[in-house]
Design a protein around this ligand. Structure first.
Ligand code: C5P
Length: 219
């Protein structure tokens, strides 16, 4: 028996795998609420960088995590490479993860009244935050392809960085996310794997949509 009354779609995956774009498209298509959980960790990192908090100080970072307001999640500065890299350092701390968990669980359990379900994307949604999610997807792609996508995105934000540097940062970030003790990035046992290396956004969306329709028995 599932706990969720409204369908919950959990999307996890590696950095720049396309999971965010896919999650947003699916949420729009199904009319579900959407939460990019990476933004929570980025918001803590942005606060920590601004306050010059030591990124190894879990208890202090957890205090910052408890101050995060939903409006903060929309700030454009969260998109930068510097904040993203700091977010993955912040995310290794159990205290930070605990501080951010209730908000995510509540978002999944109780989407606003008229909204029919929820889509959350991150690293531990199917494994830790929503272990009973109705559909779990794990998105990945070859590192070189992900680096190209991210490089393009960073250039569009005006960042001056080489493709080689983006690839090196990405490999380092994946390794940190996958090897941390708390909630490491990995596919949930019952996740559907989607490799987007050779898929356009539209093709990935179509595959995911077809799967979700089948699992939720919708048409
Ligand atoms: O997805 P995004 O790049 O915005 O995430 C930034 C960092 O936040 C990730 O590299 C990861 O370390 C952390 N994160 C996490 N758990 C999540 C979402 C993000 O640990 N559910």
């Amino acid at each position: 028996m599932k706990h969720s009354q409204k369908p919950v779609i959990a999307i996890d995956g590696t950095f720049a795998s396309g999971k965010g774009t896919l999650a947003k498209k699916l949420a729009t298509h199904f009319g579900y609420a959407y939460l990019d959980t990476g933004k929570l960790y980025r918001a803590v990192a942005a606060r920590a960088l601004a306050a010059k908090t030591d990124l190894t100080n879990g208890p202090q970072l957890a205090k910052l995590a408890m101050l995060i307001e939903p409006e903060e999640l929309e700030h454009p500065k969260l998109k930068s490479g510097r904040v993203g890299a700091a977010a993955s350092k912040v995310a290794v701390h159990t205290q930070v993860r605990v501080a951010l968990k209730a908000y995510q669980v509540e978002f999944a359990r109780n989407p606003p009244k008229k909204i029919a379900g929820a889509v959350l994307d991150g690293r531990d949604i199917g494994t830790v935050i929503c272990p009973n999610a109705d559909v779990k997807l794990y998105i990945d792609a070859k590192p070189e392809v992900r680096a190209q996508r991210r490089h393009k995105e960073l250039l569009s934000y005006g960042e001056d960085i080489s493709l080689a540097q983006v690839l090196a940062d990405l490999v380092e970030r994946d390794l940190r996310d996958q090897s941390r003790e708390q909630a490491p990035l990995k596919p949930a046992a019952n996740a559907h794997l989607l490799d987007t290396t050779n898929l356009s956004i539209d093709a990935a969306f179509l595959q995911a949509k077809t799967l979700i329709l089948a699992v939720l028995k919708l048409s």
